[in-house]
Design a protein around this ligand. Sequence first.
Ligand code: HEC
Ligand code: HEC
Ligand code: HEC
Length: 189
Amino acid sequence: MAIKRSIVERLFVMCVLLCIVQVNLAAEPAVKTRPHWLPLSQDDLHDPAITALNLLQNPSEALSKLPHEGSGNQVDWVKALEKGFIRPHINTGSNAEIKVLDLDVLRRNTGEMDMVLFPHKQHTEWLACSNCHDEIFKSKAGATKFGMFDILNGEYCGRCHGAVAFPLTECKRCHSVPRSPIVIPAQTQ
Ligand code: HEC
Ligand code: HEC
Ligand code: HEC
């Protein structure tokens, strides 16, 4: 019974992945679409009847000045930080320090997809080691076993990606390292 369910789950995940890839390919525009943010009065989150809404800044006013990215909230936050558009507070303490770690981890278990490069640098500019270690990820490359199904389920990378960091539809931002083609050695006769 348990085995049967896991096969059905796997098939379902494969279908979801294939659909997303197709939507992704079909939706890939020749020219990047212009960003568009709904005003707060139309975002279905704020009550348009409240007059104090006028006191709040509309997203388009703030976000249009930041580097554009065609998905999620339409801002490339990594570039925004790198280029100095934003300078987030580390915490409320005054003598907090950022410990940036420049260490890439390559995850190769990606089937037909390009491999996944996990960059510590871009993460540790925002996050403390303890946000990920050792509760979510072990501190040893390849030691944590997980796959795309877990990520789509909101685990591992999916704890943040698709929630507060760029969405999971952006396959290529994670699957960024092509496998080198297999070189078949010339036959010697
Ligand atoms: C956003 C999550 C995240 C943060 C924050 C993070 N790491 Fe990692 N770390 C990972 C992942 C993912 C791996 C790979 C784990 C695996 O492959 O099983 C990893 C692996 C490692 C490894 C093993 C590298 C190797 O080649 O074996 C070390 C060491 C490490 N992290 C140290 C740190 C330190 C120190 C910090 C803070 C400065 C930090 N990490 C912050 C996610 C994170
Ligand atoms: C936030 C980063 C991230 C995004 C975005 C992402 N993936 Fe993955 N994907 C991973 C990681 C990490 C693995 C596991 C690699 C490993 O274990 O070595 C993985 C594994 C996979 C695998 C291997 C089989 C499996 O079930 O694990 C496939 C296929 C896959 N991803 C497809 C996709 C597709 C299609 C998209 C876009 C719709 C996508 N991924 C988006 C990080 C991501
Ligand atoms: C604790 C939260 C968290 C986890 C867990 C996490 N990320 Fe991220 N990641 C972020 C944030 C925050 C950013 C920067 C904001 C953004 O790009 O949306 C980011 C950015 C990235 C980038 C963009 C780097 C660039 O140069 O543009 C990649 C690639 C990435 N993550 C891959 C992964 C992969 C793969 C995993 C799992 C192995 C993972 N992340 C797990 C929070 C997380």
